[in-house]
Design a binder for this molecule. Sequence first.
Ligand code: NAG
Length: 246
Amino acid sequence: MKLVLPLISTLAAAAPYRTSRRQVATLCEQYGYWSGNGYEVNNNLWGAGSASSGSQCTYVDGSSSSSVSWYTTWTWEGSPGSVKSYANSGRQIARGQTIASIRSMATSVSWAYNTSSIRANVAYDFFTSEDPNHPNSGGDYELMIWLAKYGDNTYPVGSVSGTVTVAGNSWTLYAGSNGGMQVYSFVAMSAMNSFSGDAKDFFNYLTDNEAFPADTQNLIVFQVGTEAFDGGPATFTVSQFTAIVD
Ligand SMILES: *[C@@H]1O[C@H](CO)[C@@H](O)[C@H](O)[C@H]1NC(C)=O
């Protein structure tokens, strides 16, 4: 033991100098989670059980009171049509806010994938529920905004209900149900590498056109990330995500 101990302390002291990219947090567990400055980052490998092999880790680069930056690396094989994970960053929100009571949901995100030879999307995800304390893994309604999609057979739940213009962009709107949850997905007509706008506009669209009950639905989660189907190794980087619920 006397010989081993000095060796370990030498390695530990040297370790910080061997990494050039320093992370605030490294999340490799299935539901690895970090929070700070009103934001959170989730590894969220919820569908990993459908993969024949693969792995994914998510790294928090930094955060401030106004934004968070992070990246995730993944490789997944098997069940190409099934989502393996939704690594994401979220705004921590006070419970008990109905959509109707929220004036604006200003947000911006800048992101990059280092490959397009994958099946994946890049998407915002919102859950709402009549129960303000609903678990944050679902809700009565799900609203997704797909900023990009890669590969074949990467489609949202449901079927096309039309082409719509919201927040200054054109989207294909999909509607359908996932278990007991009503799902609306706005899929960008052409992929975008950044988004800046008011997410409340999408809820207003659903309230005006799809009878979404904004008076009784509470905001549960406000997230953006990537759903990985299969492929890789791939790196998805969010250089900044900002969200303000007002
Ligand atoms: C993308 O990132 C992964 C993980 O770091 C890496 O293994 C892979 O070679 C990268 N792909 C490209 C095309 O750079």
